[in-house]
Write a protein that binds this ligand. Structure first.
Ligand code: NAP
Ligand code: GDD
Length: 433
């Protein structure tokens, strides 16, 4: 009502200003002010009406791989989605740019708020303002190797960050309303105590990241038991995609492959080639997150494909996709991946150019101990029987489908880069690996 009065008096002011013909500029400025104000009112109404008729989800870690896929998935299900984003000095919304609409549009069901997992006052305020039905806590310093360099920050964000969310919901009296999904991880199994790993397998974390996530796991269970909260852990095994962070091993391999195939890079340096991971597609895994919160009772679930593959084998499978057969020779830090054979037709049909710069025996993969971790996890393989039975969850993508998608996507990106480079443009060369 107050806003309507503003509008009415505003129009009167313009009318008199124009009528006196004394100050046309002032009138135009007034029109602009009123238009801005009415846009804000429409925006507020959208949000209010939206929140009343649709479920509201709050996703921390919205700019990450899983945040992006989950936001897209929940928007398709008719949710109003709030994404929590920390402040960065450069734009980092590439993964979700396609979901962002001009906030002045009437059908915007997706919006950002600034938040940092290390700031409880901030988290309390955003949870109070958005009144979410479901919180998906995906924000984390998620790189295991980096956690050895930044252990305290990792503990603060990944461990205490989870406590801050749980406590915010409790303090705000929203325990009956808000369900919480905690992004737990197969890294908890670390030095595995049984094969395959299930919900009952004892944990043995092997990195500051995993130890921080162990705290997050148990504090989630504790708040569920102590306060009756609908708080659940999804113990997810590795999941990848074309938008996977570039420094995780699968993406590093498919990006490196694309650069090598197009002559933008000579060799790819990796760390521990012996490790085995149970890799799935992120699109399948975010669906499991949603299902976890749709159950009648809160619980914890292992989400995995049940198939494990060595890093070395992932490399071979990826290169086979472009017709290059890689043979590994040598041991430990001296191990190399060399070109054994090249299927020229396959290479040209997938890459689009002949492999003129590549030859049999050429070294494409080498080991750099920089990428070794002080303690690594050598084997992960999950048993998702409980999720299959209770959630009805099953992965749709095979590892070959995943590799196929990642290789093609990285080839496309590398082709663009090559084209720009050859046309004289400066292309970004990230040396972070
Ligand atoms: P990711 O791509 O690394 O995304 C992490 C997200 O957290 C990013 O949006 C990042 O923001 C945000 N973030 C980091 N520190 C933050 C802070 N202090 N405050 C606010 N936001 C912060 O990770 P992901 O692969 O999507 O994984 C999502 C979650 O699942 C993580 O918790 C991860 O530990 C867990 N998980 C992942 C896997 C997997 O295989 N992908 C498996 C099991 C569990 P910036 O963009 O600004 O960095
Ligand atoms: N990143 C990386 N870079 N890893 C390498 C490399 C390399 O050059 N060479 C070998 N590896 C090995 C690592 O030592 C590790 O054993 C394995 O490849 C997988 O490494 P990442 O892809 O970095 O993933 P992660 O398994 O350590 O952690 C990911 O999965 C966890 C779930 O199990 C992350 O997404 C975590 O956030 C997640 O919790």
């Amino acid at each position: 009502m107050q806003n309507a009065n503003h509008g009415f008096f505003g129009f009167l002011k313009i009318f008199f200003a124009l009528d006196r013909k004394t100050d046309l500029d002032q009138g135009l400025r007034e029109i602009e002010r009123i238009t801005m104000r009415s846009r804000k009112i429409v925006l507020k109404m959208n949000k209010t009406v939206g929140c009343i008729i649709m479920k509201t989800a709050l996703i921390s870690g919205i700019t990450g791989q899983d945040g992006a896929y989950l936001a897209e998935f929940l928007l398709q299900k008719g949710y109003f989605v709030w994404g929590l984003k920390r402040r960065t000095s450069l734009f980092n919304t590439d993964r979700i740019d396609h979901l962002i609409k001009d906030v002045h549009e009437s059908n915007t069901h997706f919006n950002f708020l600034y938040a940092d997992m290390t700031d409880s006052t901030n988290l309390i305020r955003v949870i109070q303002d958005t009144q979410p039905d479901e919180i998906y806590n995906l924000a984390a310093q998620s790189h295991v190797k980096v956690s050895f360099d930044t252990p305290e920050y990792t503990a603060n964000t990944d461990g205490l960050g989870t406590l801050r969310i749980l406590e915010a919901v409790r303090l705000l009296g929203m325990t009956e309303k808000t369900k919480i999904y905690q992004a737990s991880t197969s890294e908890l199994f670390g030095q595995v105590q049984e094969v395959p790993q299930t919900e009952k397998t004892p944990f043995y974390p092997r990195s500051p990241y995993a130890v921080a996530k162990l705290y997050a796991y148990w504090i989630t269970v504790n708040y569920r038991e102590a306060y009756g909260m609908f708080a659940c852990n999804g113990v997810l095994f590795n999941h990848e995609s074309p938008i996977r962070g570039e420094t995780f091993v699968t993406r590093k391999i498919t990006r490196g492959l694309a650069h090598i195939a197009l002559g933008l890079q000579k060799k790819l340096y990796l760390g521990n080639l012996n490790a085995k991971r149970d890799w799935g597609h992120a699109k399948d895994f975010i669906e499991a997150m949603y299902l976890v919160l749709q159950q009648n009772k809160p619980d914890d679930y292992v989400i995995a494909t049940g198939i494990t593959t060595e890093i070395r084998e992932f490399v071979r499978k990826a290169f086979i996709r472009i017709g290059i057969n890689i043979k590994f020779i040598g041991n430990d830090v001296e191990e190399k991946g060399i070109i054994d054979t090249i299927d020229l037709n396959q290479f040209e049909s997938v890459v689009g150019v002949p492999p003129a710069h590549l030859s049999i025996g050429q070294v494409l993969i080498a080991v750099d101990p920089t990428y070794f971790r002080p303690t690594d996890v050598n084997l992960l393989i999950g048993d998702a029987t409980k999720a299959r039975k209770q959630l009805g969850w099953q992965p749709k993508y095979s590892l070959d489908d995943l590799i196929d998608e990642m290789v093609l996507s990285d080839l496309e990106q590398a082709s663009r880069k090559k084209y720009l480079k050859e046309s004289g443009f400066i292309v970004r060369q990230s040396l972070e690996e």
